[in-house]
Design a protein around this ligand. Structure first.
Ligand code: ZN
Length: 367
Protein backbone atom coordinates (compact mmCIF):
# COMPACT_ATOMS: atom_id res chain seq x y z
CA UNK A 1 0.00 0.00 0.00
CA UNK A 2 1.18 3.55 -0.70
CA UNK A 3 2.73 4.87 2.50
CA UNK A 4 4.06 1.47 3.64
CA UNK A 5 7.61 2.39 2.65
CA UNK A 6 9.47 5.58 3.53
CA UNK A 7 10.84 7.76 0.75
CA UNK A 8 12.90 10.95 1.02
CA UNK A 9 12.93 13.44 -1.84
CA UNK A 10 16.03 15.64 -2.01
CA UNK A 11 15.77 18.95 -3.80
CA UNK A 12 17.03 22.53 -3.51
CA UNK A 13 15.68 25.75 -5.03
CA UNK A 14 19.27 26.77 -5.88
CA UNK A 15 18.91 24.49 -8.88
CA UNK A 16 16.28 26.83 -10.36
CA UNK A 17 19.11 29.34 -10.91
CA UNK A 18 20.48 27.40 -13.89
CA UNK A 19 18.75 29.09 -16.80
CA UNK A 20 20.67 29.63 -20.06
CA UNK A 21 18.41 32.07 -21.91
CA UNK A 22 19.74 31.92 -25.45
CA UNK A 23 18.78 35.48 -26.46
CA UNK A 24 21.11 37.03 -23.87
CA UNK A 25 24.79 37.71 -24.65
CA UNK A 26 27.24 34.84 -24.01
CA UNK A 27 31.02 34.91 -23.50
CA UNK A 28 32.45 35.05 -27.05
CA UNK A 29 34.29 31.84 -27.96
CA UNK A 30 34.74 29.32 -30.75
CA UNK A 31 31.97 27.15 -29.26
CA UNK A 32 29.67 30.18 -29.04
CA UNK A 33 30.21 30.87 -32.78
CA UNK A 34 29.46 27.26 -33.71
CA UNK A 35 26.31 27.08 -31.58
CA UNK A 36 25.02 30.39 -32.97
CA UNK A 37 25.59 29.11 -36.51
CA UNK A 38 23.63 25.93 -35.71
CA UNK A 39 20.75 27.85 -34.09
CA UNK A 40 20.55 30.35 -36.97
CA UNK A 41 20.02 27.51 -39.45
CA UNK A 42 16.94 26.25 -37.60
CA UNK A 43 13.61 27.29 -39.03
CA UNK A 44 12.12 27.75 -35.55
CA UNK A 45 13.04 29.75 -32.44
CA UNK A 46 15.05 27.43 -30.19
CA UNK A 47 14.96 27.81 -26.42
CA UNK A 48 16.96 25.83 -23.88
CA UNK A 49 14.88 22.68 -23.22
CA UNK A 50 16.46 21.90 -19.84
CA UNK A 51 14.89 24.82 -17.97
CA UNK A 52 13.75 25.57 -14.37
CA UNK A 53 10.11 24.85 -15.29
CA UNK A 54 10.95 21.12 -15.26
CA UNK A 55 11.51 21.01 -11.48
CA UNK A 56 8.65 23.43 -10.86
CA UNK A 57 6.22 21.18 -12.77
CA UNK A 58 7.26 18.15 -10.68
CA UNK A 59 6.89 20.05 -7.40
CA UNK A 60 3.49 21.48 -8.36
CA UNK A 61 2.18 18.05 -9.31
CA UNK A 62 3.44 16.54 -6.04
CA UNK A 63 1.87 19.39 -4.06
CA UNK A 64 -1.45 18.83 -5.81
CA UNK A 65 -1.32 15.03 -5.46
CA UNK A 66 0.63 14.33 -2.25
CA UNK A 67 2.01 10.83 -1.67
CA UNK A 68 1.76 9.37 1.85
CA UNK A 69 5.14 8.51 3.36
CA UNK A 70 7.05 11.10 1.32
CA UNK A 71 9.48 13.39 3.15
CA UNK A 72 11.27 16.37 1.59
CA UNK A 73 14.84 17.37 2.51
CA UNK A 74 17.75 19.40 1.19
CA UNK A 75 21.37 18.26 1.18
CA UNK A 76 24.57 20.32 1.15
CA UNK A 77 26.19 21.32 -2.15
CA UNK A 78 28.89 18.90 -3.36
CA UNK A 79 32.46 19.93 -2.55
CA UNK A 80 35.40 20.20 -4.95
CA UNK A 81 36.87 17.09 -3.35
CA UNK A 82 33.66 15.08 -3.82
CA UNK A 83 33.41 16.16 -7.48
CA UNK A 84 37.12 15.44 -7.98
CA UNK A 85 36.48 11.71 -7.57
CA UNK A 86 34.95 11.60 -11.06
CA UNK A 87 36.03 14.84 -12.80
CA UNK A 88 39.56 16.12 -13.44
CA UNK A 89 40.79 19.18 -11.55
CA UNK A 90 41.40 20.92 -14.91
CA UNK A 91 37.73 20.46 -15.83
CA UNK A 92 36.47 21.50 -12.40
CA UNK A 93 38.70 24.61 -12.40
CA UNK A 94 37.27 25.55 -15.81
CA UNK A 95 33.66 24.97 -14.71
CA UNK A 96 34.11 26.93 -11.45
CA UNK A 97 35.75 29.81 -13.39
CA UNK A 98 32.44 30.24 -15.27
CA UNK A 99 30.49 31.20 -12.12
CA UNK A 100 28.68 34.48 -12.79
CA UNK A 101 29.02 34.13 -16.58
CA UNK A 102 26.96 33.04 -19.56
CA UNK A 103 28.90 30.60 -21.71
CA UNK A 104 28.40 27.83 -24.23
CA UNK A 105 30.35 24.72 -23.20
CA UNK A 106 29.69 22.35 -26.08
CA UNK A 107 28.39 22.64 -29.61
CA UNK A 108 25.65 20.15 -28.62
CA UNK A 109 24.00 23.26 -27.05
CA UNK A 110 25.13 22.78 -23.45
CA UNK A 111 25.47 26.15 -21.70
CA UNK A 112 25.73 27.90 -18.34
CA UNK A 113 24.07 31.01 -16.93
CA UNK A 114 25.47 33.08 -14.01
CA UNK A 115 24.02 30.80 -11.28
CA UNK A 116 24.57 27.48 -13.03
CA UNK A 117 27.67 26.41 -11.12
CA UNK A 118 25.84 26.88 -7.83
CA UNK A 119 22.92 24.88 -9.28
CA UNK A 120 25.18 22.09 -10.53
CA UNK A 121 27.04 21.66 -7.22
CA UNK A 122 23.66 21.69 -5.43
CA UNK A 123 22.42 18.96 -7.81
CA UNK A 124 25.44 16.72 -7.20
CA UNK A 125 25.01 17.41 -3.47
CA UNK A 126 21.39 16.21 -3.50
CA UNK A 127 22.52 12.96 -5.17
CA UNK A 128 25.13 12.48 -2.43
CA UNK A 129 22.54 13.23 0.27
CA UNK A 130 20.13 10.69 -1.25
CA UNK A 131 22.80 7.99 -1.10
CA UNK A 132 23.80 8.87 2.47
CA UNK A 133 20.13 8.73 3.49
CA UNK A 134 19.53 5.19 2.20
CA UNK A 135 22.91 3.76 3.22
CA UNK A 136 22.39 5.04 6.77
CA UNK A 137 18.88 3.55 6.76
CA UNK A 138 17.13 6.89 7.34
CA UNK A 139 14.56 5.94 4.72
CA UNK A 140 14.04 2.92 2.47
CA UNK A 141 14.58 4.82 -0.74
CA UNK A 142 15.43 8.34 -1.84
CA UNK A 143 14.91 10.36 -5.01
CA UNK A 144 17.16 13.33 -5.81
CA UNK A 145 15.04 15.64 -7.97
CA UNK A 146 17.85 17.58 -9.57
CA UNK A 147 18.94 19.67 -12.53
CA UNK A 148 21.11 20.21 -14.45
CA UNK A 149 21.14 16.47 -15.17
CA UNK A 150 24.40 14.53 -15.11
CA UNK A 151 24.73 11.30 -17.07
CA UNK A 152 26.25 12.82 -20.24
CA UNK A 153 28.96 14.69 -18.28
CA UNK A 154 32.35 13.06 -18.82
CA UNK A 155 35.44 13.39 -16.59
CA UNK A 156 36.69 16.31 -18.72
CA UNK A 157 33.67 17.53 -20.66
CA UNK A 158 30.16 18.93 -20.24
CA UNK A 159 27.68 17.45 -22.72
CA UNK A 160 23.95 17.05 -23.32
CA UNK A 161 22.78 19.71 -20.81
CA UNK A 162 24.94 17.97 -18.14
CA UNK A 163 27.71 19.77 -16.23
CA UNK A 164 28.59 17.42 -13.37
CA UNK A 165 27.86 13.69 -13.37
CA UNK A 166 25.53 13.60 -10.35
CA UNK A 167 24.95 9.83 -10.21
CA UNK A 168 28.67 9.08 -10.63
CA UNK A 169 29.60 11.59 -7.92
CA UNK A 170 27.09 9.87 -5.59
CA UNK A 171 28.43 6.38 -6.43
CA UNK A 172 32.05 7.48 -5.89
CA UNK A 173 31.07 9.03 -2.56
CA UNK A 174 29.37 5.80 -1.46
CA UNK A 175 32.56 3.89 -2.29
CA UNK A 176 34.94 6.39 -0.69
CA UNK A 177 33.04 7.31 2.47
CA UNK A 178 30.09 4.99 3.11
CA UNK A 179 31.71 1.55 2.86
CA UNK A 180 29.85 0.48 -0.30
CA UNK A 181 31.91 -2.01 -2.28
CA UNK A 182 29.71 -2.94 -5.23
CA UNK A 183 27.33 -0.43 -6.77
CA UNK A 184 24.74 -1.09 -9.45
CA UNK A 185 23.81 1.92 -11.58
CA UNK A 186 20.68 1.52 -13.73
CA UNK A 187 20.20 4.21 -16.39
CA UNK A 188 16.72 4.16 -17.94
CA UNK A 189 16.90 7.63 -19.54
CA UNK A 190 16.08 7.56 -23.28
CA UNK A 191 19.64 8.69 -24.03
CA UNK A 192 22.75 6.62 -23.41
CA UNK A 193 24.62 7.58 -20.21
CA UNK A 194 27.94 8.02 -21.99
CA UNK A 195 29.52 9.98 -19.12
CA UNK A 196 28.68 7.42 -16.45
CA UNK A 197 29.87 4.62 -18.74
CA UNK A 198 33.18 6.37 -19.33
CA UNK A 199 33.78 7.10 -15.64
CA UNK A 200 33.30 3.45 -14.59
CA UNK A 201 34.47 1.82 -17.88
CA UNK A 202 37.33 -0.15 -16.29
CA UNK A 203 35.83 -0.44 -12.78
CA UNK A 204 34.62 -3.93 -11.76
CA UNK A 205 33.03 -2.51 -8.58
CA UNK A 206 30.36 -0.56 -10.48
CA UNK A 207 27.94 -2.47 -12.68
CA UNK A 208 26.43 -0.07 -15.22
CA UNK A 209 23.19 -1.14 -16.97
CA UNK A 210 21.75 1.21 -19.58
CA UNK A 211 18.61 0.96 -21.72
CA UNK A 212 18.45 3.69 -24.36
CA UNK A 213 17.32 4.59 -27.86
CA UNK A 214 19.93 3.12 -30.21
CA UNK A 215 22.48 5.21 -32.16
CA UNK A 216 22.40 7.47 -34.12
CA UNK A 217 20.05 8.88 -31.44
CA UNK A 218 22.02 11.27 -29.18
CA UNK A 219 24.79 10.77 -27.98
CA UNK A 220 25.40 7.94 -30.44
CA UNK A 221 27.17 5.59 -28.01
CA UNK A 222 25.89 2.59 -26.01
CA UNK A 223 26.34 -0.16 -28.57
CA UNK A 224 25.73 -3.74 -27.44
CA UNK A 225 29.44 -4.42 -27.86
CA UNK A 226 30.46 -1.68 -25.39
CA UNK A 227 31.01 -3.87 -22.33
CA UNK A 228 33.86 -2.19 -20.45
CA UNK A 229 37.58 -2.94 -20.56
CA UNK A 230 40.36 -4.28 -18.39
CA UNK A 231 39.12 -5.33 -14.96
CA UNK A 232 35.81 -3.70 -15.83
CA UNK A 233 35.11 -5.93 -18.85
CA UNK A 234 31.59 -7.30 -18.50
CA UNK A 235 30.55 -4.65 -15.96
CA UNK A 236 28.98 -2.35 -18.56
CA UNK A 237 25.73 -3.63 -20.04
CA UNK A 238 24.10 -1.71 -22.87
CA UNK A 239 20.65 -2.46 -24.21
CA UNK A 240 20.10 -0.29 -27.30
CA UNK A 241 16.41 -0.23 -28.24
CA UNK A 242 14.36 0.88 -31.24
CA UNK A 243 12.46 4.15 -30.87
CA UNK A 244 9.10 2.35 -30.62
CA UNK A 245 10.20 -0.19 -27.95
CA UNK A 246 7.61 0.21 -25.14
CA UNK A 247 6.67 -1.31 -21.79
CA UNK A 248 6.96 -5.00 -22.73
CA UNK A 249 10.45 -4.59 -24.20
CA UNK A 250 11.61 -2.66 -21.11
CA UNK A 251 10.19 -5.22 -18.72
CA UNK A 252 11.88 -8.04 -20.68
CA UNK A 253 15.25 -6.25 -20.63
CA UNK A 254 15.00 -5.58 -16.91
CA UNK A 255 13.85 -9.13 -16.06
CA UNK A 256 16.05 -11.10 -18.42
CA UNK A 257 19.26 -9.05 -18.42
CA UNK A 258 19.33 -6.75 -15.39
CA UNK A 259 17.91 -9.16 -12.79
CA UNK A 260 20.35 -12.04 -13.47
CA UNK A 261 23.28 -9.60 -13.81
CA UNK A 262 22.37 -8.05 -10.45
CA UNK A 263 22.03 -11.52 -8.86
CA UNK A 264 25.56 -12.33 -10.06
CA UNK A 265 26.99 -8.95 -8.97
CA UNK A 266 25.25 -8.73 -5.58
CA UNK A 267 25.29 -4.94 -5.21
CA UNK A 268 25.30 -3.30 -1.80
CA UNK A 269 23.72 -0.14 -3.22
CA UNK A 270 21.44 0.44 -6.22
CA UNK A 271 21.39 3.81 -7.99
CA UNK A 272 19.14 4.85 -10.85
CA UNK A 273 19.70 7.54 -13.47
CA UNK A 274 15.99 8.15 -13.80
CA UNK A 275 15.10 9.99 -16.99
CA UNK A 276 11.51 10.49 -18.07
CA UNK A 277 12.18 11.13 -21.76
CA UNK A 278 11.38 7.45 -22.54
CA UNK A 279 7.72 8.34 -21.92
CA UNK A 280 5.57 8.04 -25.04
CA UNK A 281 4.71 11.76 -24.94
CA UNK A 282 8.39 12.75 -24.75
CA UNK A 283 11.37 11.85 -26.96
CA UNK A 284 11.52 8.10 -27.67
CA UNK A 285 10.93 4.55 -26.37
CA UNK A 286 7.19 4.65 -25.83
CA UNK A 287 6.98 3.88 -22.08
CA UNK A 288 3.65 4.38 -20.30
CA UNK A 289 3.29 5.42 -16.65
CA UNK A 290 2.64 1.74 -15.85
CA UNK A 291 5.86 0.91 -17.70
CA UNK A 292 7.79 3.26 -15.37
CA UNK A 293 6.07 1.61 -12.42
CA UNK A 294 7.02 -1.87 -13.65
CA UNK A 295 10.72 -1.09 -14.02
CA UNK A 296 10.74 0.75 -10.68
CA UNK A 297 9.31 -2.36 -9.01
CA UNK A 298 12.01 -4.57 -10.60
CA UNK A 299 14.79 -2.24 -9.42
CA UNK A 300 13.18 -2.08 -5.97
CA UNK A 301 13.03 -5.91 -5.85
CA UNK A 302 16.73 -6.06 -6.76
CA UNK A 303 17.56 -3.63 -3.95
CA UNK A 304 15.35 -5.55 -1.49
CA UNK A 305 16.94 -8.88 -2.44
CA UNK A 306 20.59 -7.86 -2.42
CA UNK A 307 21.07 -4.82 -0.23
CA UNK A 308 18.24 -4.39 2.26
CA UNK A 309 16.32 -2.09 -0.10
CA UNK A 310 19.15 0.48 -0.41
CA UNK A 311 17.90 2.39 -3.46
CA UNK A 312 18.53 5.98 -4.57
CA UNK A 313 17.27 7.60 -7.77
CA UNK A 314 18.66 10.69 -9.44
CA UNK A 315 16.65 12.65 -12.01
CA UNK A 316 18.11 12.90 -15.52
CA UNK A 317 16.07 13.99 -18.59
CA UNK A 318 12.37 14.46 -19.30
CA UNK A 319 11.24 17.47 -21.33
CA UNK A 320 7.48 17.11 -21.72
CA UNK A 321 6.42 18.77 -18.46
CA UNK A 322 3.23 16.73 -18.08
CA UNK A 323 4.76 13.30 -18.56
CA UNK A 324 7.82 14.35 -16.52
CA UNK A 325 5.71 15.36 -13.51
CA UNK A 326 3.32 12.42 -13.78
CA UNK A 327 6.18 9.99 -14.43
CA UNK A 328 8.08 11.09 -11.31
CA UNK A 329 4.83 10.78 -9.35
CA UNK A 330 4.23 7.23 -10.68
CA UNK A 331 7.74 6.15 -9.69
CA UNK A 332 7.45 7.73 -6.23
CA UNK A 333 4.15 5.89 -5.66
CA UNK A 334 5.88 2.55 -6.23
CA UNK A 335 8.82 3.57 -4.03
CA UNK A 336 6.28 4.42 -1.30
CA UNK A 337 4.81 0.91 -1.52
CA UNK A 338 2.21 1.32 -4.30
CA UNK A 339 1.23 -1.29 -6.84
CA UNK A 340 2.96 -1.82 -10.17
CA UNK A 341 0.27 -3.05 -12.59
CA UNK A 342 1.07 -5.66 -15.26
CA UNK A 343 2.25 -4.14 -18.54
CA UNK A 344 1.05 -4.92 -22.05
CA UNK A 345 2.13 -4.13 -25.58
CA UNK A 346 0.53 -0.76 -26.43
CA UNK A 347 -3.07 -1.18 -27.59
CA UNK A 348 -3.38 -4.89 -26.78
CA UNK A 349 -5.75 -4.43 -23.76
CA UNK A 350 -7.93 -2.14 -25.89
CA UNK A 351 -8.03 -4.74 -28.67
CA UNK A 352 -8.96 -7.41 -26.09
CA UNK A 353 -11.88 -5.20 -24.99
CA UNK A 354 -12.94 -4.73 -28.60
CA UNK A 355 -12.75 -8.48 -29.24
CA UNK A 356 -15.06 -9.08 -26.26
CA UNK A 357 -17.40 -6.31 -27.41
CA UNK A 358 -17.72 -7.67 -30.95
CA UNK A 359 -17.56 -11.37 -30.11
CA UNK A 360 -21.31 -11.98 -30.42
CA UNK A 361 -21.26 -10.61 -33.93
CA UNK A 362 -19.10 -13.55 -35.03
CA UNK A 363 -20.57 -16.38 -32.95
CA UNK A 364 -24.31 -15.75 -32.95
CA UNK A 365 -26.11 -17.31 -35.90
CA UNK A 366 -27.89 -14.75 -38.03
CA UNK A 367 -31.66 -14.71 -37.39
ZN1 ZN B 1 17.66 11.88 -21.87
Amino acid sequence: MIGDRSVTVYTDDLMLGHNPEVDLPFVPSRVEKRVRAILQKLDFKWSYPEHPGRLKAIREHLDKHPIPGLRFATGEAATYEQLGRVHTTAYLDHIFSLAGKRAWLDRDTTAVSPDSIQAATAAAGQAIAAVECVVRGESQSAFALVRPPGHHAEPVRARGFCLLNNVAVAAAHAQAKLGCERILIVDWDAHHGNGTQEIFWADPDVLFFDTHCAAPFYPGSGLLQEVGEGLGEGYTINVPLPESAGDVAFEKAFREILQPAAAHFEPDLVLVSAGFDPHRNDMALNLSYDGFKAITRIVQDIADTHCGGCLALVLEGGYNLTSLARGVHAVLEVLAGGEAPAVYAAGVPEVADAVAFHRDAFTTDPP
